[in-house]
Design a protein around this ligand. Structure first.
Ligand SMILES: [Zn+2]
Length: 861
């Protein structure tokens, strides 16, 4: 492996020549809300580091009206737009001397429907029936160039000073506080203070009829901003932010760098959140918490997302990755840091443990290490550090491997180096690189200095090559031999690879796990008593699997009641992965389940629920399905009966989450009593919404929707249309998407073409129908017929993934061929990776189904 070098501007990848760098931008934007266009002017202070004959910067879907350099007008013919490369080239009449210069441009552009560049959001105002419009921006990875011409690569840091014209009753927000506001004809001109030096993709502008609540933490002004009538639901976010900022001030050893931090809830644009420096944007249901209507799960998700985005204010914004090949550094770190902070203040949520459950990310919080490991075992995986040549590649780098494997590796590394040494390393790193850029090598160097351990050497195999290992355990008297090999699923000719594995292990019953660096292919543990159960990968914190030989496995099965829940969940995850990988029969996984102590441990039951859900979907239309459903109910129902329908006083938040999970799972598995119970509660809810606990609403509505007749579907639909709460709306539309009756499936699909849902949400409805309706075929036919209208609602990131994602619910080889030929005729080359992933998934499912069907038919129960 070629070791990466520390940050060095000259040698950072990218398209833009490095002779000319911007230092300061002053940008003035005038939106035209009626025409959905804008005009702009900008003055950019430049430093030419060497004499040049042309300027090359980024611009996309912008018309350049005029340009001057050092006050002299440039002819229009000197300006060339290269659409394909998203570049603006300005040929200069004579050589430009090295030194300081000023470029001025005037331009115009579009206000988009999808969350790309400057976009608009239409929404219904809370408490009134008025239809309103608001504006927002989304620039990461490469869309700042749609808002103003700029050097749009992360190492071209500069100061940005934005001015915008907005209607007088609007509130406008950007990265920095407002410097001055001037009344003008038809509105006001808002001038924001200049930012510190930063990457272009971190700019933000949001404006509309907004309101706010605010507080102060450690000298920083903290605000939560939302559309009128909703700011008060930001109270939980406001209090959480104050707590989180103080935690990070201490952890990073550097105070929050800007005068204010805004958490902005926007009613559309995109589904997640974006860490713009000083002005973080969130789709509103990821920020707003209504104590009367929101669920415990929403509360937890809000905290985790805020912690993740706020960690980026230092790690990502104050120090920025040099180039998109180091995106994992931003995202893996923020995911790990956000989770660490969340766990610190909310131990009752067991957030680390929940990372070990392969939750369906579209249904529940998408935060799973297991999901990353599933993807990382396939032929279509990639190293977390991957070469990124083009804008499209930068956009497709935002995947599970980048976020979750990055986080999982950092967790493993922290436990190996020790919490204190790790934190000291991070403090050194921030101090050394603040207001600048960095590479992975810079982080490893700081951690090595702090810990005295060769971090770069350990990390290389984890970040620079794909995949991860399985350790095979074999007992030989008191000696235990360990052998590592690459773990794969549906990838028979995988190139063999090797890792340096920070290993943990313990004898069941002993308190503290031992640590050890396994640096070769083979290792040995000595003096392990033959009658004691040995467990590797304590709490499942390591990013590897463990395959035990029969004597070791028998000892572990006998010791299950003495293992902690995280270790039992780890055994379940590995056992299920071995079934997928054809290393073990399904009966081995069922055996383990049956030997677990009966109970209501959330993470343990959730692991089982997720595996059962996968099998149940796979068996769609298969004669073995009914027998499997019977079996699955017999395992899950006792847990539900122990919890009961109604929340108990003083029960743990985990009990509430598990109750909700079990209702959805058992309903899906055709448990008639559960289905009847959901219908009965839905009827009561219609008369008195308070009768149904917010925690149970998503599950109960989903089950009612899944088995809905037309009248029920219409009722759910009317409720969804009426509510102005994004969270509540999502619950109703998820229920509609789950309907199984083909006539209703068609009705649900039609909604994706209307403006009932924000555009960013509307298109995902089709994927939810494909998964939950039992009719992926109807969903695909609909999408095929309406692809153009659907893709108009998504950004570049989504466009690459959209069609392939709808195929992931098929399990017939003929569908893999269909996708390949569809892609060839209709999809851009940039979606090749996503197509390959979906093809692999379909082929794996076909193979897995053909393997499981006879096993299930032959099973006793
Ligand atoms: Zn992030």
């Amino acid at each position: 492996m070629s070791a990466e070098k520390p940050f060095d501007f000259e040698n950072t990848p990218g398209k833009l020549p490095k002779q000319v760098v911007p230092t300061e931008y002053a940008i003035r934007i005038v939106p035209d809300i009626d025409k959905l266009t804008f005009t702009g002017t900008e003055t950019v202070k430049l430093k030419a580091r060497a004499p040049v004959h042309q300027l090359v910067l980024n611009a996309l879907e912008l018309e350049i009206a005029s340009a001057t350099l050092d006050g002299k007008a440039l002819s229009k013919s000197a300006l060339k737009i290269d659409k394909e490369n998203e570049l603006l080239t300005i040929a200069l009449p004579s050589e430009l001397a090295a030194g300081d210069h000023t470029l001025a441009l005037s331009f115009s552009g579009k206000i988009n429907q999808q969350g790309q560049g400057l976009f608009y959001m239409r929404y219904q105002e809370q408490g009134t029936s008025a239809k309103k419009i608001a504006l927002g921006t989304q620039f990461e990875a490469t869309d700042a160039r749609r808002f103003f011409p700029c050097w749009d690569e992360p190492s071209f840091r500069a100061r940005f000073q934005l001015t915008a014209l907005v209607p007088e009753n609007w509130l406008a927000i950007s990265n920095m506080p407002i410097g001055s506001e001037t009344k003008i004809d038809n509105g006001k001109e808002v001038r924001f203070a200049a930012t510190p030096s930063m990457a272009s993709y971190l700019n933000v502008f949001v404006a509309g009829e907004l309101e706010l609540i605010e507080t102060k933490a450690a000298g920083t002004q903290i605000r939560v901003i939302a559309t009128k009538g909703k700011a008060e639901w930001g109270r939980y976010a406001l209090e959480s932010t104050a707590q989180i900022v103080e935690y990070f001030n201490d952890y990073f050893g550097a105070p929050y760098p800007l005068p204010k931090l805004d958490q902005i809830a926007i009613p559309g644009g995109f589904g997640g959140a974006m860490e713009n420096w000083g002005g973080i944007t969130y789709y509103e249901s990821t920020l707003l918490f209504d104590p009367e209507k929101s669920s415990a799960e929403t509360r937890q998700r809000i905290y985790e997302v805020i912690a993740h985005e706020t960690a980026h204010q230092w790690f990502g914004d104050l120090v920025t990755m040099a180039w998109w090949d180091n995106l994992w550094l931003n995202e893996g770190f923020a995911s790990w840091m956000g989770t660490k902070c969340t766990a610190h203040f909310n131990p009752q949520w067991e957030v680390w443990l929940q990372k070990n459950i392969p939750r369906d990310p579209t249904r529940r919080t998408g935060i799973s290490k297991e999901l990353a490991m599933e993807g990382d075992a396939r032929s279509t995986t990639h190293a977390i550090q991957q070469p990124i040549a083009t804008e499209a590649e930068a956009n497709s780098a935002f995947d599970d491997i980048t976020y979750r494997k990055g986080q999982a590796f950092l967790l493993m590394l922290e436990s190996f180096l020790g919490e204190d040494a790790f934190r000291d390393g991070i403090r050194r790193y921030i101090a050394a690189h603040k207001n600048s850029n960095s590479t992975t090598a810079d982080l490893w160097n700081a951690l090595s200095d702090a810990s005295g351990k060769p971090v770069g050497e350990i990390a290389a195999a984890w970040t620079e090559q794909p995949g991860f290992p399985v350790i095979k355990v074999k007992r030989n008297g008191e000696s235990v031999s360990l052998t590592q090999e690459r773990f794969t699923i549906h990838f028979p000719k995988a190139p063999p690879l090797q890792w340096k594995i920070p290993l943990t292990y313990f004898l069941v019953g002993e308190n503290k796990p031992q640590t050890r660096l396994m640096s070769g292919k083979i290792d040995n543990l000595q003096n392990i008593a033959v009658n004691r159960a040995l467990k590797l990968n304590a709490e499942g914190a390591g990013n590897y699997r463990v395959e035990y030989d029969e004597p070791s496995w028998k000892l572990l099965l006998g010791a299950l009641p003495n293992l902690d829940v995280p270790d039992r969940v780890n055994l379940l995850s590995d056992a299920w992965a071995f079934v997928q990988a054809n290393r073990a029969p399904l009966s081995a996984y069922f055996d383990l389940i049956e030997k677990l102590p009966a109970g209501v441990e959330l993470a343990e039951r959730d692991q089982i629920i997720n595996a059962f859900n996968y099998i149940n979907r796979l068996l769609l239309g298969n004669p073995a399905r009914e027998k499997f459903q019977n079996y699955a109910r017999s395992i899950l129902r006792p847990s539900f009966d122990q919890l009961g329908w109604d929340p108990k006083k003083d029960e743990s938040p985990r009990a509430a989450l598990l109750r909700a999970s079990l209702i959805a799972a058992l309903g899906d598995l055709n448990d008639q009593e559960i289905i009847a119970g959901c219908r009965e509660r839905f009827q009561k809810y219609l008369l008195d919404p308070a009768s149904l606990a917010p925690d149970l609403r998503p599950s109960v509505l989903w089950v009612v929707g899944h088995y809905a007749d037309e009248a029920t579907w219409n009722r759910l639909h009317a409720l969804g249309v009426k509510t102005t709460s994004s969270e509540e709306k999502q619950n109703y539309y998820d229920a509609l998407a789950a309907a199984r009756d083909p006539k209703l499936v068609a009705k649900s699909l039609q909604i994706s073409l209307t403006d009932e849902l924000p555009t960013s949400r509307a298109i995902f409805l089709v994927g939810k129908v494909a998964r939950d309706s039992d009719h992926p075929d109807i969903a695909w036919n609909f999408a095929k017929a309406n692809m153009k209208a659907l893709l108009a609602k998504t950004d570049a990131l989504g466009a690459n993934r959209y069609a392939p994602s709808l195929f992931a619910f098929f399990s017939e080889n003929s569908r893999a061929d269909e996708l390949k030929s569809y892609a060839k005729a209709n999809l851009p080359a940039t979606s090749a990776q996503e197509v390959a992933k979906a093809v692999d998934e379909i082929e794996f499912r076909a193979e897995f189904k053909s393997r499981l069907t006879p096993q299930l038919a032959a099973a006793r129960k």
